[in-house]
Design a protein around this ligand. Sequence first.
Ligand code: HPA
Ligand code: ZN
Length: 324
Amino acid sequence: MKGFISGLPKVELHLHIEGTLEPEMLFTIAQKNGVTLPFESIAALRDAYQFNDLQSFLDLYYWGAKVLRTEQDFYDLTFAYLERCHDEHVMHTEIFFDPQSHMQNGVAFATVLNGIDRALQEGKAQWGISSGLILCFLRHLSEASAIETLRQALPYKEKIIAVGLDSSEIGHPPEKFVQVFAMAREAGWPTVAHAGEEGPSENIWRALEDLQVSRIDHGVRCSDDSALVETLRQRYVPLTVCPLSNVKLQVFDDLSQHNIMQLVEQGLCITINSDDPAYLGGYMTANMLAVAETFDVSKAEMARFTERAITASFLPEEEKDVLR
Ligand code: HPA
Ligand code: ZN
C-alpha cells in the first residue's frame, strides 16, 4: 500500500500556504529578517506543536507567519511546498492564503501575492504542477476588514480562483460574512468556507445557504444532522477533509474514530487533504496512507479520492479531463 499511495497521482484542495512553513525555514527566514523568536532551537519549536484545539494551533500559526516579510520569503515558502508536491505526485493544488495576517504585519498585499504567484508559475514550468490561489478571510476579524481585503484583491482578479473563510470557527459563524461573500460572487469568484470543523453542523447549512459556497472545508460535523448529510449527498457538495489535522486538533480522539469512510459510504464527495502539513502531521501522502491503513481501504477506493478531488476542483472541465 505504501508504494501504491506514494505513486498515486494526487490533487490537493485544502492547503494553507502559511501552514507549510517548516521549523527550519521559519528559523532561517526569522534570522534573515531580524525577527526574534521565543524558541531557542528548531527542536524546541517542534516540541511546541502540541495542540488541544483549533485556537491553540492558530496562535502558533499566526506567530509563525510573522517571520514572512519579503516577496522572496513568500516565493521560497511556496516553492518548497511545490517541491514536496512534485515528490508526492500532486498534479494540481488549490492553495489558501491569508493576506490579512500579513497586512497586519505591515506586508503589502502585492508582496504576498506576487511571491506566491511567481513560485506557482515556476512549479508549472518545471514540473507541470497546475494550481490555483484561494484568498481566505480571517473570520475572527470584522466583515469590514474582509471587504477592504476584497477591494485590494480586485486588481489581481486573474491570479485568484476563489474566495474562502478560515480561522477561529467558534463565535464567528458564516453569516457574519454574508455581504463580502455576495460581493466576491458578484466579482465572479466561486466561494468556499471552513465549516463544521470544530463548530456546529449549523455552520455548514449557513455556509451553503447564506454564503452559497461551492465546497465545504472540513465539514466533518455534518454527521450530527442527517438532513444535512442527505443534502450534501444529493447536491454532491465536496468536503475537503483533513484527517491528520483533525486528529492533531482533537476534532477526533484518534484516526480510527474519524468519520471519513462513513461519509464516503454515505455517497458524499469526500476528498483527502493536508491543511497545515508543517504543523499538523504531514503532507498528502501521509494523510492518504494513514486513512488507507487505519480503515483497510482498497487501492481502487484510494484512487477514487483523487478522482473525486479532480471533480471537486475549480479547474475547467477540459483540464479535469486531462488529469483523469
Ligand atoms: N481551520 C481554520 N483556520 C485555519 C486552519 C483550519 O484548519 N488552518 C489554517 N487556518
Ligand atoms: Zn484549513
